[in-house]
Design a protein around this ligand. Sequence first.
Ligand SMILES: [Zn+2]
Length: 673
Amino acid sequence: MKCLSLALAVALVAAASPPGGNLPKVDSSVRPGDDFYRYVNGAWLESTEIPADRSSMSDSAVLSEQADQRTREIIQETAQNRNATADARKIADFYNAFMDEAKIEKLGLEPIAAQLREIASISDRRALSRVLGSQLRADVDVLNNTDLDTDKLLGLWVAQDLDDPGQYTAFLLQGGLGMPDRDYYLDDSPATAAIRAKYTPHLAKVLGLAGIKDADAKAARIFELEKRMATVHATRVESFDVQKANNHWSRKDFDKRAPGLDWQEYFAAAGLGGQGNFIVWHPTAVTGLSALVASQPLETWKDYLTLRVIEHASPYLPKAFVDERFEFYGKTLNGTPKPRDRWKRGIAVTNIALGDAVGKLYTARYFAPAEKARAEAMVHNLIAAFSRRIDQLDWMQPATKSKAKAKLAVLKIGVGYPDRWIDYSALDIRAGDALGNALRAEQFETRRSLAKLGKPVDRSEWVMTPQTVNAVNLPVLNAMNFPAAILQPPYFDPNRPGVMDYGSMGAIIGHEISHSFDDQGAQFDSTGKLNNWWKPEDFAHFKEASQKLAKQYDQYRPFPDLALNGQQVLSENIADLAGIAVAYDAWQLSLNGKAAPVVDGFSGDQQFFISFEQSWRDKTREPALRQQVITDGHAPDRYRAATVRNVDAWYQAFDVKPGDKLHLSPDQRVRIW
Ligand SMILES: [Zn+2]
């Protein structure tokens, strides 16, 4: 489970210098107990505008921009360097091919011509199944990056078996939609209906640009097919329920339980012909999608696949396709007025294709060994504080406590960058072949995943690149990644009082640690096995407190017609709650009994909570915010910032009293870890 939501983490921003790491100018016209978010962030909210090429603005966005600028410089220097390593050459060739718009215009649809011909030649369900199978990619990661979305019929994730953590297995997830979630097809709210109304015309436009006849009628049929797919899709809340997802299917089960698709052809074409066992994360959807392969007209499937291949390729196709893609996915879905500069998109796709190769060059230049050591020390302080917290829990019995501590003891912590880098020698990157490079990179990643099947599990592997501004807990591996790009100001700054680091980066580290103990993590034991290690009474207490937190978040309404779904964001909120509590403890421990210095009239406790609140400052455009509420496991940042309402020390620090708008009586405050 990662720390920041995808929308914020992957988005890029116009040039700006990193924000300062010190105390903000608070808005003293607001009482902290009435609106702490505005009290701390009022000045920032007043003065910050979301750049035209972005759907949101936050500190992490500013850092992402900085990471992009740095990566661009590295690539430009590499392009001039005759002695560059093979990996560095690949980075430069990949990026430069993407930037060569003249060449891309000239090539037109030629780079996908072979794929389109293959689809056109489909003459029966068997051939259809083969093409669908050949498209399967390792493009989802449900438990680590909480990345559930694929535009292919199914998504593949190769990870530790939930029942046998010594082995890798193949997970299959639902897929196939062009919009972000089933709700976009099925929900009747005016905001969703307005987006839906623009989707079919978008599909028609894409087909038209590709010179395909009867584009309007075909687009309408494609929409109907996707709507049928959406109907069999699981909801987000169902998708996050591991107990419902741990479905072991043998190869034969697919024929029996999900007839329609020719599974023999499908798996053979996917490179999974020899795989005997799978975990089917979304069994109802796999059954439903497979049935649609048999029941829906072959021609509709061919139109659908044609459309999907073009859409998938469109970032690498001529400008008309790029613009149309932005029109729907940027403007309509996220409310972003302007596309990002091409070079920023170039960095983003290079990071997807060759992330570790970029990360190796990036960290050599931008992550000092002293900061790595300082971050590792902080992580260890947080783990020690978490361990003490377990000792002091009054509701948990000793047997459960010792299991929890056993789990804590085996956490594998990665700081800055991985111990080993991905070997890209088998990835063929060619100058002047933007789309071919991207498709081969996807294939390379899929083969790398498939090659893990049957091999021992590597707990040192990372799922984020070092240049990513985020952090992640890998619940099945009992591991955590803290990439270099988040370990810098304003989250982590050697030149300011330690309390500020604990309030921001400390809470993020605590958040990641506690994912091992959130409503999902609590279901995995210290070996990563899906195994309830709790005493029943303790687990009942944990569940009850969790539900109280879910209900607390159900109350928040970003829009009159749209409330948060407390269950959907529960894991992240448990992690936020534990993160702030354990960061506070760790900071206290770091004082070694000395009093915290007062700065600008603020006590140490006040500085801690101000730093926490500041780290969640954010502005997001309405359509993007709606999309986050519908699809994301993370609540919008201002509600994550409201975690302080459950922390007793915050009430004391700011003299928050009954009658203040944010006040919760002690029995309403949720205490879990
Ligand atoms: Zn998280």
